[in-house]
Write a protein that binds this ligand. Structure first.
Ligand code: SAH
Ligand code: SF4
Ligand code: F3S
Length: 478
């Protein structure tokens, strides 16, 4: 119970599973006059875990904080507010966050006015909120994924009452427009096109932490993109847990992902990317638009998760290995040279040697040019967490290593095919590892380093690929 006797609105994974409402409420962000100035002479620091969705959310929180007068700092010791934007997708992501909160406790001893904020996906689990209430008194504010636009109000309440503020909603979710955004880059931007997920893959917590699938109106997306173009942005990445389901929730218009992509294809922005795609929902209409190329980049991240049809079925992925391979073959015919990357889980409950070999076989046939690979992590509240799992953890680790060796080989081959070619690169800045080298991404989303002057940052320029390594290309200005 909240100490200031406000009703404690705790989360419930069970409630979060429900999908009842047909209409999505659109809220326009507003902040009261009183809150402006709350952050004068105060500094903030945001630590972000998890997916691009969280990176985009952190940019919105930064926007709200700066509207209230806060300024950013990189140093924990200088911060008056530290926000931890969390991910719940695997256990190790959660453990790292708990370690972080533990470590930050000592900071509060030297800086008693420091506010520690926990938000994002972890607080959507009742288990986590309970643990924070019981064991982590240093956390001042806890909220989830449905109410980050109220950050200003929560900070104000915490300053006024000096009490813990906990407010997490387990609901299907709204769409909040016009949240001020402080973007991390000035040439590349995230653009949310939809929120939530209705897929309910049996291993995954995201549909519970993010609510139901709900699409932003195309006109709101276009307005954001027009604004970005005006500000000189060169690249947008459309975000959603399953972008191919965009528009499925519109009740009174027929406007789908292919339509959105087609309309963005006509807009004067140099590069359009999108993530994440679901293999079942990636349709012919979308592939036809991708075939037009123009500003649509020749890279697709298409998580396959497993190559075993039995495992795919237990994962509730709703496609087979053969259907997946057929789809990417079709795509490659339409977009020659497209780079395809993926996500794979090993050690799903009941995965046999044969199942795993099916995954290796699929990886060989799919010619992936990169993948995020994971060992299955049971998330309590999801169906797969109660599936019988007798596999020795050592075997899971071995499978991950075997898979990674194959994936890295594909990564290298995917890079090698560009040796000797001239590629277009959006220059991002100096390499973190070598201050003499500039770094950027090619159209196929390959990281490339090369020597050049600072003035090139933010431009798209041709670079000759001299040598390919597993994780990057080395090039030269032409
Ligand atoms: N919506 C996206 C990404 C979701 S999370 C998609 O459908 O692809 C990113 C990746 O984390 C997933 O693709 C999956 O490979 C992995 N993942 C999700 N839940 C997991 C779990 N319980 N254990 C291990 N990996 C998981
Ligand atoms: Fe999770 Fe599946 Fe939704 Fe991706 S599509 S977020 S893996 S439930
Ligand atoms: Fe993690 Fe939430 Fe994204 S669980 S992967 S931060 S949607």
């Amino acid at each position: 119970m909240n100490k200031d006797n406000r009703q404690y609105l705790g989360p419930s994974l069970k409630d979060a599973r429900k999908r009842l409402n047909k209409t999505v409420t659109k809220i326009t962000f507003q902040t009261t006059e009183q809150l402006v100035g709350l952050g004068n002479n105060k500094k903030y620091l945001i630590k972000t875990y998890g997916c691009q969705g969280n990176l985009a959310d952190s940019e919105k929180m930064a926007g709200i904080l700066e509207l209230l007068g806060f300024t950013p700092t990189e140093k924990e010791e200088w911060a008056d507010v530290i926000i931890i934007n969390t991910c719940a997708v695997r256990e190790n992501a959660e453990n790292r966050v708990f370690g972080e909160i533990g470590r930050l406790k000592s900071l509060k001893r030297h800086h008693p006015d420091l506010l520690l904020v926990l938000c994002g996906c972890m607080p959507q689990e009742e288990r986590v909120v309970q643990m924070v209430m019981d064991k982590y008194p240093q956390v001042d504010i806890v909220f989830g994924t449905h109410n980050l636009h109220q950050l200003g109000e929560y900070l104000s309440t915490a300053y006024l009452t000096k009490e813990k503020v906990v407010e997490v909603f387990s609901k299907e979710g709204d769409i909040v427009e016009d949240v001020p955004t402080k973007r991390a880059h000035n040439k590349k931007a995230w653009v949310n096109i939809m929120y939530g997920c209705d897929e309910f893959c049996t291993y995954c917590i995201v549909p519970y932490t993010r609510g139901k699938e709900r699409s932003r109106l195309p006109e709101d997306i276009f307005n954001e993109v027009k604004e970005l173009i005006k500000e000189g942005y060169q690249e947008i990445t459309l975000l959603g847990q399953n972008v191919n389901a965009y528009g499925h929730d519109f009740l009174n218009r027929q406007y789908r992902f292919a339509d959105l992509l087609n309309d963005l294809n006509q807009m004067p922005i140099a590069r359009v990317r999108f993530t994440t795609s679901h293999p079942r929902d990636l349709d012919d209409a979308t592939m036809a638009v991708m075939a037009k190329r123009g500003n649509i980049m020749p890279h697709l991240h298409l998580p396959v998760q497993s190559g075993s049809n039995l495992v795919l079925k237990r994962m509730n992925r709703k496609y087979t290995k053969e259907e997946y391979l057929e789809k990417i073959a079709k795509l490659r015919a339409l977009v020659p040279g497209i780079a395809i990357t993926t996500d794979i889980i090993v050690g799903f409950p009941g995965e046999t040697d044969d199942d795993f070999n099916e995954t290796l076989d699929l990886v060989r046939k799919a010619h992936f040019e990169g993948a995020y690979t994971f060992i299955f992590s049971p998330r309590s509240g999801t169906p797969a967490s109660s599936y019988e799992d007798e596999l020795d953890p050592k075997i899971k680790k071995q499978r991950l290593l075997t898979l990674n060796a194959l994936i890295n080989d594909g990564f290298l081959k995917g890079n090698q095919r560009f040796e000797g070619q001239v590629v277009q690169v959006l220059v991002e800045g100096f390499s973190a590892k070598n201050a003499k080298q500039l770094t950027g991404y090619t159209e196929h989303n390959k990281l490339i380093n090369f020597e050049g002057p600072e003035t090139l940052i933010g431009q798209i320029i041709p670079i000759k690929v001299e040598k390919a390594y597993t994780w990057h290309l080395q090039g030269k200005i032409v």
